[in-house]
Ligand binder design. Structure first.
Ligand code: GLN
Length: 324
């Protein structure tokens, strides 16, 4: 059984690998210099079975795939009402790094675009997390940034079921040229949607994006969402079932940015993509799926990853809106 699934996953990798269109993210050397031929696919079921194929040990920075997990942590820490006061729940139909806020409320539209993710980042409760992630590397951060990053690193590690680490060099590269995210944070601050200083929120958000994962890690993280917030591998509860459900609703409507409608219609799996080339998908009660391939389409999602999900959705009948 296991062998036939592995053979099938390898076949999906081979077929999706034929499309070599798309470009690597170019805004930092760490992403620009990635090997564009890497490819991996992993599945982790809600009852703890796992399989993977391709470059499944390759570590990459999690980037925007961190957003749903940090949103889930914030929901668990301070509750849906307080999170919703600061961050909306509606699709934006815009690019991930658009400088936009909801008319009337001044909130970011949702937690999956950068504006919402930077605001969400600063909502996690870091008060009891005093140790510091990393040694020397994190010393240029303020104590507030360090304790928040520790809380987030520990939280994402719990989703993954192993201790994750931060790529400090990638974080440094990104922070050095984070003009747009800084502009977003200043915009949030000027509308009262940020309680901390803008540069602290961006610093911590970039550390969050620089957490290193393999495709197997993010499949297990997705499986924890699929399993109502309990890590299927070690049985630990990471977030409440309610927080998992809310997060999946946001992923379904906003996870693929301005392609979210098309994605939900054609592939039918709540998902989240990241600019380093990863995509996760979650079928509630069933499975977490993760792909990795660094060439990106116009919306900043992996070209081959989209193809892999399309294969799985069609061939394994995973579309949520279909019972065939
Ligand atoms: N760190 C990246 C940014 O904020 C993450 C974006 C992404 O993965 N789409 O620009």
């Amino acid at each position: 059984m296991q062998e036939s699934i592995n053979t099938y996953l390898r076949e999906v990798l081979r077929e999706s690998g034929e499309d070599v269109s798309g470009k690597l993210a170019a805004y930092i050397p760490r992403l620009r210099d990635a090997d564009e031929n890497l490819q991996a696919l992993a599945l982790a079921t809600a009852d703890g079975q796992e399989c993977s194929a391709g470059d499944d040990e390759h570590l990459f920075t999690i980037q925007s795939i961190s957003k749903p997990f940090v949103y889930a942590l914030a929901l668990d820490d301070i509750g849906l009402d307080r999170v919703r006061d600061m961050v909306g729940m509606e699709p934006s139909g815009e690019a991930f790094n658009e400088l936009s806020l909801e008319g009337g409320t001044g909130r970011p539209l949702n937690p999956m675009i950068n504006a919402g993710a930077i605001a969400t980042h600063h909502l996690v409760d870091h008060s009891s997390h005093e140790q510091h992630p990393g040694g020397q590397e994190s010393l240029s951060r303020t104590p507030e940034v360090r304790s928040r990053t520790t809380r987030i690193l520990d939280g994402l590690s719990a989703f993954a079921g192993r201790q994750l680490e931060i790529d400090w060099d990638a974080a440094e590269e990104e922070y050095a040229t984070a003009y747009r995210n800084m502009a977003i944070a200043h915009m949030l601050k000027s509308h009262g949607s940020l309680e901390t200083e803008p540069d602290e929120a961006v610093r911590g958000y970039i550390d969050q994006c620089s957490i290193m994962v393999t495709v197997k890690d993010i499949a297990r993280m997705a499986a924890t969402l699929a399993n109502n917030g309990v890590n299927p591998e070690n049985g630990a509860r990471v977030i409440s079932a309610e927080s998992a459900r809310t997060t999946l609703g946001i992923m379904a409507t906003c996870g693929m940015y301005d392609a979210s409608g098309r994605w939900l219609t054609q592939i039918g799996i709540p998902a989240k993509s990241g600019i380093s080339g990863g995509i996760i998908g979650v079928l509630p009660g069933q499975v977490g799926i993760a792909s990795f391939a660094p060439r990106l389409n116009e919306e900043g999602s992996s070209v081959q990853g989209v193809a892999m999900f399309q294969h799985l959705s069609n061939e394994l009948s995973l579309h949520l809106m279909s019972n065939q």
